[in-house]
Design a protein around this ligand. Structure first.
Ligand code: EPZ
Length: 416
């Protein structure tokens, strides 16, 4: 089981390039199922989750060609609309094949993803939407079985804002008979990136980025080339690492336009942030001010940045209140941060963080992707050595993490 060894104390400085967005690439790669023509994607991050999804698509009969950050998928030979439990259990975003398979094949058998460390994460809204579009959907023996000759456009309303729920229903609607309107749609930038890719493939989508998305179904989609947007959570994570260490960095191949809420909080914490056309520069003070936050759907503060901000609040001046409103169990990093000497009290979905002068290095355990990122941020500022165990969680969402951190002056290495 790989571990990461971090020697704390270096101020991060220098420049790194941000990779393509994991949470845009996952739905967009699934969109290739909607057409029998090849689709080419560039700026695809080389991550474990991407590899898992490509293997899932390949066992369905999709031809996968990969060269560096470019991936070409050819679903003309799609002949097995099944996503088996053994593959889905390792990556819950596999549920994103459900909508495209029903739309293209009229049937799908997709394992329920099951919960994960941060919460139960049901997919009832995905199912409700497909049923509203005329699909016969049954959940039996841990699988979602869906059948319909052709989906019909419908007016859909999701009970809560769901990112992959919105994405699944957008892709299903692209080939439906008639118009679909998704109300209470997620507004995340990754939704807009998916919509742009679908439109490039011939779909008729409007309103992406707002809470009402209209999709007028067409009979078929065609091939296209699409560049994946930058990863805003990777960007925010490196900004937090620089902020916590009193550093000064420049992140290229990214944009501040998807991170207003995060940049606002970094500036409240005392950082100077300068946005360039496709780069962001941050310089941090000797010590940050504590900043309180409350997670909520985009454009509010993203839940995927909550753990990283808890880490910077651990060494900031003052007390921060952190409220997590999206997932029911997304504070598991707190007990690990306490092992490093953090002063955190959890009360339901609120964490109260009293900043301390210094953290002390220790051995800690990663529990989920963003929790492990927060342990990296804390390890960079802790005195002495921090060893992070189970860093396969990190490899799911951060491309070449050690190399990028080392390029910024961090003393970090992977222990086999
Ligand atoms: C996406 O997950 C992201 N994953 C998550 O990023 C992110 O944390 C989350 O959106 C929220 O922004 C991908 O895009 C691949 P939701 P998703 O459906 O779509 C409840 C990371 O770190 N819900 O928006 O699964 C759900 O339980 C990952 O990169 C239902 O009850 O999240 C949650 O409480 C972690 N029924 C809330 O809604 C449903 O049918 C929001 O979930 C769907 C969701």
């Amino acid at each position: 089981m790989d571990k990461l060894l971090i020697e704390g104390g270096s101020r991060l400085s220098g420049e790194v390039a941000v990779s393509g967005a994991k949470n845009a690439a996952l739905p967009i790669l699934c969109a290739a199922l909607l057409t029998a023509e090849p689709v080419t994607f560039t700026n695809v991050p080389q991550l474990k989750d991407i590899g898992t999804l490509l293997a899932l698509l390949a066992q369905m009969g999709v031809k996968v060609a990969r060269e560096g950050d470019s991936v070409t998928l050819d679903a003309s030979g799609l002949d097995n609309p099944v996503a088996p439990y053994e593959m889905v259990k390792t990556m819950r975003a596999s549920i994103l094949v459900l909508g495209p398979l029903v739309a293209r094949c009229g049937e799908a058998k997709v394992s329920l993803p099951g919960g994960c460390a941060i919460g139960a994460r049901p997919v009832d809204q995905h199912i409700k939407g497909l049923q509203a579009m005329g699909a016969d959907v049954r959940v039996e023996h841990g699988y979602v079985h869906a059948n319909v000759p052709r989906l019909k456009g419908a007016r859909l309303f999701t009970d809560m804002v769901t990112v992959t729920g919105t994405e699944n229903l957008m892709m299903a609607a692209a080939l439906a008979d008639g118009e679909t309107v998704i109300e209470n749609a997620a507004r995340e930038p990754e939704i807009v990136d998916l919509a742009n890719c679908l439109v490039a493939m011939g779909a008729r989508v409007s309103g992406a980025g707002s809470d009402v998305i209209r999709i007028r179904g067409v009979d078929r989609l065609h091939g296209a080339t699409h560049r994946i947007m930058p990863d805003r959570i990777e960007t925010g994570t490196y900004l937090c690492a620089a902020a916590a260490t009193g550093g000064s960095v420049r992140l290229t191949g990214t944009s501040s336009s998807y991170l207003d809420a995060v940049i606002d909080k970094l500036m409240d914490a005392g950082c100077e942030v300068v946005s360039e056309r496709d780069a962001i520069r941050l310089s941090a003070p000797e010590r940050l001010n504590a900043v309180s936050l409350r997670t909520a759907p985009y454009p509010a503060f993203p839940t995927d940045m909550q753990a990283q901000f808890m880490a910077i609040n651990c060494v900031a001046q003052g007390v921060a209140m952190i409220r997590e409103t999206i997932f029911e169990n997304r504070f598991m990093h707190a007990v690990e941060l306490q092992r490093l000497g953090a002063d955190i009290r959890i009360d339901g979905n609120t964490a109260v963080v009293q900043g301390v002068e210094r953290l002390q290095g220790a051995t800690v355990m990663a529990t989920d992707l963003r929790a492990s990122a927060s342990l990296v941020v804390a390890g960079l500022v802790a005195e002495g050595e921090t060893v992070i165990e189970r860093i396969y969680h990190l490899d799911r969402g951060y491309e070449r993490l050690e190399a990028k951190l080392a390029a910024l002056g961090a003393r970090v290495r992977r222990l086999g």
